[in-house]
Design a protein around this ligand. Structure first.
Ligand SMILES: Nc1nc2c(ncn2[C@@H]2O[C@H](COP(=O)(O)OP(=O)(O)OP(=O)(O)O)[C@@H](O)[C@H]2O)c(=O)[nH]1
Ligand SMILES: [Mg+2]
Length: 384
């Protein structure tokens, strides 16, 4: 068993920030914006989110995964015109609403409608997500009620919005009722809502949808996963980003939260042994998650310049004879979970019947070779 280590030179050539997909994270004061980003993409332990502190200026978090990302963590008092790039540069907007703060819903919803409309005028293809956050803090009934209420309130706000107040930001004629109705219809069908909490799998699930929304290669990867899962007699398969534990693609069958939770828990537990693999392997050592994530600041540019002197993609310099990391464990008498690393960043996790695994392991691993090659080819082509 061996683990392909992630070294600085294995990473995407991230120095070209213009090619990063930009995600703008906004929301009210203390709604949980920084927690949502840092607990997933900077591996901040959940117990430490209370100590994050107020975000006073925009912080950019570069994250290398299937698509290189640049996530903007913003202060509550964000002025959209003061960003260092035009709003049109963002492919995705995530608005975080604190589900606990009923007294500020109205303000949050009003601000969300305004920001979403500005985003739409700047880039009509922008993806919109609303994280209705801190869900675990409310009882189940109350939580579902608030979740629906916030969605209803934002829809009403977009319906009643004084569109003409934003005329300076678009060439569309906002005096025309038909135009505003079509904007409203577009946004109500495009805005995706997720109930999230740093305390469970829901936040990673929501981020998975965000990243999937910007993966042009998603349908091709999903088709390969579906084919593999069906021909191998598996129940479910998930392509994970290893560091963030965000799902980048699935076979999209029998998907449910309990299974997701089980798979993410397994992966989290398994990844605690990363350092163990590091000891087994000779250098270059596996980097710790914190050092892999680079905030855009002066120090970071020094590292990046060193990388830039010898730009390498993740597939370059790989020893093709080296075995990929793989692992399997019988969770319950009838259920086995298996993991195969595909690239330094990605791993496939699959759930299947223990009988199937015992009887067909050879065939499954044979099929897997083709799946791995197929996924890697799609990713390499997307990079070139
Ligand atoms: N119960 C609960 N509390 C959370 C959750 N996420 C964040 N918090 C708490 O919410 C508070 C604010 O979190 P931050 O991530 O700093 O919020 P923010 O939106 O970045 O805040 P500002 O940058 O100051 O606007 C902290 O005390 C967190 O502990 C969650 O999922 N559940
Ligand atoms: Mg913050």
């Amino acid at each position: 068993m061996s683990f392909h280590p992630v070294s600085a030179s294995d990473r995407y050539n991230g120095s070209d920030i213009a090619h990063r997909e930009k995600i703008l994270v906004t929301g009210g004061r203390k709604s949980g914006k920084s927690s949502c980003i840092k607990s997933v993409f900077q591996n901040l332990p959940v117990k430490d989110v209370t100590y994050i502190g107020i975000t006073k200026k925009v912080e950019k978090i570069d994250y290398d995964t299937i698509v290189p990302l640049q996530i903007y963590d913003t202060p509550a008092s964000l002025d959209l015109d003061q960003l260092d790039v035009p709003l049109s540069a963002f492919s995705t907007l995530v608005y975080v609403v604190d589900m606990q703060q009923e007294d500020t819903y109205h303000e949050a919803v009003r601000q969300a409608a305004h920001i979403i409309l500005r985003g739409y005028f700047a880039n009509p293809a922008m993806n919109f997500f609303v994280f209705i956050h801190k869900a675990e803090s409310l009882s189940e009934d109350y939580r579902d009620e608030n979740y629906s209420e916030i969605q209803r309130a934002l829809t009403d706000e977009l319906d009643d919005f004084h569109y003409m107040s934003l005329q300076d930001y678009t060439t569309l004629d906002l005096c025309d009722r038909e135009t505003t109705i079509s904007i409203f219809n577009h946004l109500t069908s495009e805005i995706k809502y997720d109930m999230t909490s740093v305390h469970d799998v829901s936040l990673r699930d929501a981020w998975g949808k965000v990243v999937q929304g910007i993966m042009e290669m998603l349908p091709a990867v999903e088709a390969l996963l579906l084919n593999f899962t069906e021909t191998s007699g598996m129940d479910n398969s998930y392509l994970f980003d290893l560091r963030s534990r965000v799902v980048l693609a699935t076979d999209n069958r029998h998907r449910n939260e309990a299974t997701m939770e089980q798979v993410v828990d397994y992966l989290s537990t398994f990844l605690q042994f990363r350092e163990f693999y590091k000891v087994l392997r000779s250098p270059p050592a596996l980097q710790s998650p914190d050092t892999e994530v680079v905030g855009k600041d002066e120090d970071a540019s020094v590292d990046k310049d060193e990388d830039a002197s010898e730009p390498r993609q993740w597939w370059e310099g790989e020893d093709t004879d080296e075995a990929w990391m793989t692992h399997s464990i019988q969770l319950m008498p009838k259920c086995t979970i298996t993991l195969w690393q595909f690239t330094p960043q990605l791993a496939l996790v699959a759930l299947l019947h223990t009988d199937t695994w015992n009887a067909r392991r050879g065939m499954i691993e044979y099929n897997l070779t083709f799946l791995r090659q197929g996924v890697r080819r799609i990713l390499i082509e997307a990079e070139l």
